[in-house]
Structure formats: C-alpha cells, structure tokens
Write a protein of this length. Structure first.
Length: 153
C-alpha cells in the first residue's frame, strides 16, 4: 500500500482511500489488468509509462464532456478544465474533486509530482506549476490513460 496525497491536501492518505467522496478501490491482479487493457494502456497505467507526445487524439479533443480513467472509468476531468498546453498531451488546469492522488516521482534528475486515479491507482501523468488560471496547474495526462465521454445533448 502506497501513501499518496489527495489533490489539494498536504496530508498523506492510503492509496486506496478516496477522500471526501469515498470511492471503492478497484484491485485486480496483474493478469486481470493485462486482459482488461491494451498493451499501451497497460504500460502507462500499470507500469508508469509515458506515451509519445502528440500521439493521442484526445490532445485535440474540444467537445464538451468528461474524461474518465481508462482503467476503471472513474471521472477525472471535465472538458471545462481542458486547455491546449502545447505539450502534445491532454492538459487540464483542475481535476475533479477527490478523483486523483499525488506522490513524488524521482525517476528524473529532479522530483516531479505524479498523479494516479484514486480508484484503481492507474498512473495518469504529472502535475506542474506552469498552467493557466484559475489554478496555475498543468495536469499533463497520457491520452491512453483516459476515455472521453462526450456530453449528451
């Protein structure tokens, strides 16, 4: 069990705790994840990989709707928080409340803040402090880790 930090919180939480709006954790075996996900989604969500910049059609998606975790279908971001960061990955200035948890990632020379879906612990991407108002955050997400659900009507 990992300690993660819920978005906007400085207190650690257990990785399967969902914060204010309790979300039941989804725990599957590695074999079950491999069956459930495409090889690329498995590499990103379960092995903390990164897809190539510009490879996801979700980077250019502009319709209203909600972006869900591709691993467990938990809603993570509203299209209202999406913006074009110019990085080649879908980017958002705000995550939905209680949907993601963060932890420090030391895979590069400098520490970065990595974030995960609170339900399945699927790796989504990294959050940076170079985003637009109102938060100044850039939630930089792997498109393969998301499923877009367009608004009806």
């Amino acid at each position: 069990m990992k300690l993660l930090f819920l978005m906007g919180s400085s207190a650690p939480v257990l990785a399967n705790a969902a914060g204010p709006a309790a979300v039941a954790p989804l725990e599957l075996s590695d074999a079950e994840w491999k069956k459930r996900l495409s090889p690329e989604a498995y590499r990103v969500l379960r092995k903390h990989g990164t897809e190539p910049a510009g490879s996801s059609p979700l980077d250019k998606e502009q319709r209203p709707g909600v972006y869900h975790c591709a691993g467990c279908d938990l809603p993570l971001f509203s299209s209202e928080a999406k913006y074009d960061s110019g990085t080649g990955w879908p980017s958002f200035h705000t995550a939905l409340p209680g949907a993601v948890a963060t932890q420090l990632d030391f895979k590069m020379i400098w520490p970065r803040t990595e974030y995960h879906c609170v339900r399945c612990q699927g790796h989504q991407g990294h959050v940076f402090d170079d985003g637009p108002p109102p938060t100044g955050k850039r939630w930089c997400n792997n498109g393969v880790a998301l499923r877009f659900a367009p608004s009806q009507a």
